[in-house]
Design a protein. Structure first.
Length: 158
């Protein structure tokens, strides 16, 4: 074996290891690399932890910021009252409020729509990520987008 072969084999192994480490949270959607995110959540909320696990399975790497002062987080990030839920995340320069499915967050990151500051699912609809109830049908819900003035509109429906 020549030195070139050994060098190529080592380089290939390092690239493969980097891909595995970058995607340790699960597969990202085509065209979207694994995204680092901060999720602000109550340390006692089980549904918030369920949503975080859903996001990690969807290819996101999360840093958890456990806090009891969620209203201050929402105020600092400009979350409109009409979109309030239990947890708030910062992902790729956007605010993500509540139980938004990972594939919709991935779509937001791919499309980068003009004027959108964040997206969110108001409340805690049954069947949304982290709010699944075995044997219960999912409740229809809207994913709302908002701009810097707090104006909201429907971004997606489930």
């Amino acid at each position: 074996m020549g030195m070139r072969f050994v060098f190529a084999a080592v380089a290939a192994a390092l690239v493969a290891a980097g891909v595995v480490l970058a995607n340790r949270g699960g597969p990202a959607a085509p065209g979207v690399s694994a995204q680092a995110a901060v999720v602000h959540l109550s340390p006692t909320c089980g549904c918030c932890k369920g949503w975080a696990e859903h996001m990690e399975a969807g290819g996101f790497t999360l840093e958890r910021d456990e806090t009891v002062d969620m209203p201050a987080v929402k105020a600092r990030l400009g979350v409109p009252n009409a979109v309030y839920s239990c947890h708030t995340a910062e992902i790729g320069g956007y605010v993500v409020e509540g139980h938004v499915p990972a594939d919709i967050v991935q779509r937001l990151l791919r499309e980068k729509p003009d004027g959108v500051v964040g997206i969110g699912v108001a409340g805690m609809p049954s069947g949304s990520p982290g709010m699944e109830v075995p044997g219960q049908p999912a409740q229809p819900y809207q994913v709302l987008a908002w701009d810097e003035t707090g104006r909201t509109w429907v971004y997606d429906r489930r």
